[in-house]
Ligand binder design. Structure first.
Ligand SMILES: C[S@@+](CC[C@H](N)C(=O)[O-])C[C@H]1O[C@@H](n2cnc3c(N)ncnc32)[C@H](O)[C@@H]1O
Length: 354
């Protein structure tokens, strides 16, 4: 197990590319929306300002509907005059410009038709405290918490350590998942008001398999193809990857059991089969090329920057990502499959009177 030079997690591909290629993530979060709506109706609303936090907001497209839904439940409860702040948290490298353009210009913006709502951005990692103590009434995080702070070691034989053949690598990933999860919860315990609720949806694990193997293997194999074609070196191939993995129910529950999530209670936790909107579209159209393109663009949007971070400094990252994307699209088009993966949906409550 090599420590080498390991890049931290990178934000999604910028210039709005993630916004344009994240319908899979939009479908994923659907199962958690009813939990958010229920929480908006249940949380205490005593503060002078109501605080909503969106952890891992990216470029904002997929935050619009959840935040709008939460505001529409909160507003009648708090009256027309009380301000609602919405803090969109993401990494410093995130494309916040696209988020604010969307808020300003897009008909789907949650600001359209809603008064007294004040969005702001926080460009810091949510593995530490990023908002003032006792300032969050309602938290939301979609498609984000399977991202670790970093890969704990190099993973030479796969793009994702959880799929490595090396047991020491897989153990290191499990340890990092645990540390990051406890850090995330500790920070939220400080930010949430008593009685506040946090709703999270992220990649989980299935009963028998992790899930997402098909696409993870296809993406990794496309990087091997590009290496075989001479576009990158074996050293680079050994350095690239994404610091993400699903968590099991036991891993999610651990900090609540052993005291590291002190001040927080686990109200609801379920693992559900993830939807595959690309497969549903393919069933309608039979268009395998479109299926390949949709997956390849989404994988590039979400994972391209993390993988590219491992390339040599002088490397033309755009050209390499183009080559990988073309190969991945062709691979999928030639052997269309339905993706099988799992979503965690959960509700956390801060101790105190709701
Ligand atoms: C797949 S996107 C999800 C975006 C959006 N919430 C959605 O549902 O489509 C994951 C986001 O989490 C962000 N992220 C990853 N690690 C983070 C961290 N430690 N702190 C804050 N944001 C993080 C990434 O930059 C990225 O924008």
């Amino acid at each position: 197990m090599s420590q080498g030079k390991i890049a931290p997690a990178a934000a999604m591909q910028g210039a709005g590319f993630y916004n344009r290629n994240s319908t899979l993530q939009a479908a994923n979060l659907g199962s958690a929306l009813p939990l958010l709506v229920a929480a908006a109706g249940a949380v205490a609303v005593d503060g002078a300002t109501i605080g909503i936090a969106d952890y891992g907001a990216s470029q904002g497209r997929n935050s619009m509907a959840p935040v709008a839904a939460a505001i529409d439940v909160l507003r009648p409860r708090i009256g027309p005059d009380r301000p609602i702040s919405v803090s969109h948290v993401d990494l410093p490298s995130n494309d916040f410009t696209s988020l604010f353009r969307l808020l300003d210009e897009d008909p789907a913006s949650y600001l359209v038709g809603r008064e007294g709502v004040y969005p702001a951005a926080v460009g810091r990692s949510h593995f530490g405290q990023v908002l003032p103590p006792n300032s969050v009434d309602l938290g939301w995080s979609s498609n984000t918490l399977h991202w670790m702070s970093r890969n704990p070691c190099l993973v030479p034989d796969h793009g994702w350590g959880v799929f490595s053949a090396d047991a020491a690598v897989r153990d290191a990933i499990e340890a990092q998942l645990d540390l990051d999860w406890a850090d995330f919860l500790r920070a939220r315990a400080r930010e949430m008001r008593p009685g506040a609720r946090l709703i999270c949806q992220f990649m989980g694990r299935g009963p028998d398999t992790h899930g997402f193997e098909w696409m993870a293997d296809a993406f990794w194999q496309s990087w091997i193809d590009v290496t075989d074609a001479g576009l990158l070196t074996l050293d680079e191939l050994a350095r690239i990857g994404a610091p993400s993995a699903g968590r099991s129910v036991a891993q999610i529950e651990a900090p609540f059991r052993d005291g590291r999530a002190a001040g927080l209670g686990l109200v609801d936790l379920a693992v559900v089969a993830a939807p595959d909107p690309y497969w549903a579209a393919f069933q309608e159209t039979g268009d395998a090329l479109q299926l390949g393109k949709a997956w390849a663009d989404m994988m590039r949007a979400a994972n391209g920057p993390s993988f590219a971070a491992g390339l040599d400094p002088g490397r033309d990252r755009g050209a390499v990502l183009d080559a990988v994307t073309v190969r991945l699209a062709a691979r999928i088009a030639s052997d269309p499959q339905q993706s099988r993966s799992y979503n965690v949906i959960m509700v956390v409550e801060a101790a105190g009177t709701a």
